[in-house]
Design a protein around this ligand. Structure first.
Ligand SMILES: NC(=O)c1ccc[n+]([C@@H]2O[C@H](COP(=O)([O-])OP(=O)(O)OC[C@H]3O[C@@H](n4cnc5c(N)ncnc54)[C@H](OP(=O)(O)O)[C@@H]3O)[C@@H](O)[C@H]2O)c1
Length: 440
């Protein structure tokens, strides 16, 4: 260990997160040096467009539009991958590792889809790969799961881990404005991307859940087996009816260990208004971890944004730099050669209560008919309410039902039967009601 050692960083990608990380590193360099004992220096940065105007003064740092220059640079100890996506980023990370570089990345898609391959090659090359910023921005959930609750048997991890979805649902609930107008506002405020489909259709939360579940349960990264639904079809009236019944509609990412395997699902759900996750509003993220020893733990904070994500990236850089400086490559709970091929249960077998809404003809006997259908599946009715017709001329009335616990397979059959009834007009709206009861 030499006190004069300088650990050198190469950035590939210098957008929102890259620039915030660079600025914060410069600002906190003295404090970081005290923490690690050695200096950190950014020596090269790769971008796509060299002509683009940047607010950051790079000083003597080499700027290139060839990211392979950075990952192959013999001076670089740690490659900080902040390009995103899975194509060039995958190649860059694998070349970096093959050349003995340590890697810090914020790239959730890359880890969710190619995590097994990347972790294994890092282990084979005895380099470190860190990805705290890939899940929930500033929230130290990767570290918490892989270090702080290691002795626990994790029962479940439930998160609100997409800020765009949470912002849209929170604003719909408080401002009573439609999905489309709130999404437009979120884009104007910079909370949603120009193309928000990745966020609102649930893919982003699915990527993060793949990472959380692999760490929590020591399984392979299994993004392709996650059931993913978004929030694009949620209507204002369902948010309002849910609230009248004592529930909030949230977009949840859920990993639960059951006797039959792992349940991995991302979808909107009703949660009780007094549940701790119901108070996670706006762009904030919140993650509940339930361990057999710890009991429920809740972490919440800024899930995205330059500074919040830089906080996680810098924490990983410090971890890796400390390991390089002290010569100790620290083992983590996640050992790629030991990751389990744990079975993933089918979404149709997941059990919960359900919120069901139908538009029914305004005639006697409809409530009794719905009750008969549910009774034929041995399912209880927790609540059934006939709401005021929104359009008096249409002669149809909304009926809202909360069911007892049943499988997704059974509720789909119920919905099909109801949709084919002469008393029901149009389709059937149905969402899970999450009661946070794990069968494990
Ligand atoms: N933004 C957030 O709040 C947030 C939160 C958590 C995680 N993340 C993750 O962090 C990563 C970066 O996100 P970001 O928001 O910072 O993205 P961004 O603002 O779009 O920045 C991407 C950067 O990559 C550069 N780039 C793209 N293709 C390149 C290429 N072929 N060669 C060299 N450079 C290239 C771009 O160059 P130019 O500058 O020349 O265009 C830009 O500097 C992503 O994986 C994202 O999922 C972001």
């Amino acid at each position: 260990m030499s006190s004069s050692k300088i650990i050198k960083l190469g950035f590939v990608g210098f957008g929102t997160v890259g620039q915030s990380t660079f600025i914060a590193l410069q600002r906190n360099l003295c404090q970081i040096k005290k923490q690690i004992g050695c200096e950190l220096e950014v020596v090269s940065v790769a971008v796509n467009d060299l002509e683009k105007k940047r607010d950051v003064n790079l000083g003597g740092v080499t700027l290139t539009n060839d990211p392979f220059e950075v990952v192959l640079d013999p001076n670089v100890d740690i490659v900080v991958e902040l390009i995103g996506g899975t194509e060039i980023a995958r190649e860059l990370v694998s070349v970096a590792i093959a050349n003995g570089k340590h890697v810090v990345t914020a790239n959730k898609a890359l880890i969710a889809i190619f995590g097994d391959e990347i972790l294994l090659s890092a282990q084979n090359e005895k380099t470190l790969i860190r990805f705290e910023a890939a899940v929930a921005g500033s929230i130290p959930i990767v570290k918490a799961l892989s270090e702080s609750v290691r002795g626990n048997r994790i029962k479940a991890v439930v998160g609100i881990i997409n800020g765009t979805c949470n912002f849209v649902l929170s604003e719909m609930a408080t401002k009573h404005v439609s999905f489309a107008s709130i999404l437009g506002e979120a884009q104007r405020l910079g909370y949603a991307e120009a193309d928000p489909s990745f966020d609102v259709m649930g893919t982003d939360a699915g990527h993060k859940l793949a990472i959380l579940s692999a760490i929590a349960f020591g399984t392979k990264f299994q993004f392709d087996k996650i059931h993913v639904e978004g929030i694009q079809d949620i209507l204002l009236e369902d948010i309002a009816y849910a609230k009248e019944l004592g529930y909030q509609v949230k977009h949840l990412a859920i990993a639960v260990k059951t006797p039959g395997g792992l349940e991995l699902r991302v979808h909107p759900a009703l949660i009780p208004l007094d549940h701790i996750l119901a108070s996670v509003d706006g762009v904030v993220n919140g993650i509940l971890v339930d361990g057999d020893l710890s009991g429920p733990l809740m972490l919440s904070g800024a899930g995205a944004g330059g500074d919040a994500t830089a906080s996680a990236v810098i924490s990983d850089i410090i971890d890796v730099a400390s390991a390089i400086y002290t010569g100790g490559i620290k083992a983590r709970a996640l050992r790629p050669e030991k990751l389990l091929d744990y079975p993933i249960t089918s979404f149709t077998e997941s059990v919960s209560g359900y919120y069901v809404r139908v538009e029914a003809k305004d005639k006697p006997g409809v409530l009794a008919e719905i009750s008969r259908v549910l009774a034929s599946f041995n399912v209880s009715i927790e609540a059934i309410q006939q709401k005021e017709a929104r359009d008096v001329a249409s002669a149809k009335v909304p009926i809202v039902i909360l069911t007892g616990r049943m499988t997704e397979r059974a509720i789909r059959e119920v919905c099909e039967i109801l949709a084919s009834s002469d008393s029901i007009i149009g389709g059937v709206i149905c969402y899970k009601v999450e009661d946070f009861q794990w069968a494990n």
